[in-house]
Design a protein around this ligand. Structure first.
Ligand SMILES: NS(=O)(=O)c1ccco1
Ligand SMILES: [Zn+2]
Length: 259
């Protein structure tokens, strides 16, 4: 039985096949800004993003989300990171309604969706596959999505073609050069960071999470486009509520790059 987000294979069942689900550095978490420690070391060493245009970005439907695979040299460094981390892929988690969908929550509040840009430590490891289960292997940007009356232009190149990857294992190439930097919020200097995990199986405790305070704004129509994606072939259930609820912070320190 493969894992998913239903009653019989959802987050509460994952521990059976992936015991690390009960670990001490699991993700997501509820972000409580007043409990975060402002760390000047984060501001003294600003987070730096050097993303490049992707000539023909591959967009696919793996069945439980929508994912873009990156081939170009797009790297980040600084902030909480030691060394250079290379962008591997990005994907999203979203709800069946605007009241839910994000994985991280902010003072208990869920956003309609959350975008994850997944990077691996290219200074220490030679591939994502090698880095995925190392404690300093991955760095993931978490970006909240909120609803506005205007569509997000950067996401529009993707939401306009989601119908072409409606079914599982479909993939297309986004022709025109796409630079993922268009997906980042304006202010990337305000974020929270903590040591966590992948939020889907295998749930490896290998992620330095960087969750930005500033959401990006998407339209209701763009949310509807995500909700029209299917888990399988024609007639299968829509991909919705593909989020893991928050896990305890435990003894971890949540740090903030800002006051
Ligand atoms: N959702 S996430 O970014 O933690 C992830 C990446 C790969 C598997 O799970
Ligand atoms: Zn994710």
């Amino acid at each position: 039985a493969t894992w998913g987000y239903g009653n019989d294979n959802g987050p509460a069942t994952w521990v059976k096949s992936f015991p690390v689900a009960a670990g001490t550095r699991q993700s997501p978490i509820d972000i409580v800004p007043t409990a975060a420690k402002c760390d000047t070391k984060l501001t003294e060493n600003p987070l730096t993003v050097n993303y490049s245009p992707e000539p023909a970005m591959e967009l696919c439907n793996p069945g439980l989300s929508v994912k873009a695979n990156i081939k170009s040299k797009s790297v980040i460094k600084g902030g909480p990171l030691e060394g250079e981390y290379k962008l591997e892929q990005f994907h999203l988690h979203w709800g069946s309604a605007d009241k839910q969908g994000s994985e991280h929550t902010l003072n208990g509040k869920m956003f309609p969706a959350e975008l994850h840009l997944v990077h691996y430590n290219a200074t220490k490891y030679s591939s994502f596959g090698e880095a995925v289960d190392k404690p300093d292997g991955l760095a993931v940007f978490g970006i909240f999505l909120k609803i506005s009356d205007k569509p997000h232009q950067g996401l529009k190149s993707l939401t306009d073609v989601l119908s072409e990857v409606q079914y599982k294992d479909k993939s297309i190439n986004i022709k025109q050069e796409y630079n993922p930097v268009c997906l980042l919020p304006d202010n990337i200097n305000k974020y929270w960071t903590y040591l966590g995990s992948l939020t889907t199986p295998p749930l490896c405790e290998s992620v330095t999470w960087i969750v930005f305070e500033e959401p990006i704004e998407v339209s209701e129509d763009q949310m509807k486009a995500f909700r029209a994606l299917c888990c399988g072939e024609c007639g299968s259930a829509p991909i919705v509520d593909n989020y893991r609820p928050p896990l305890p912070l435990g003894n971890r320190q949540l740090r903030a790059s800002f006051q």
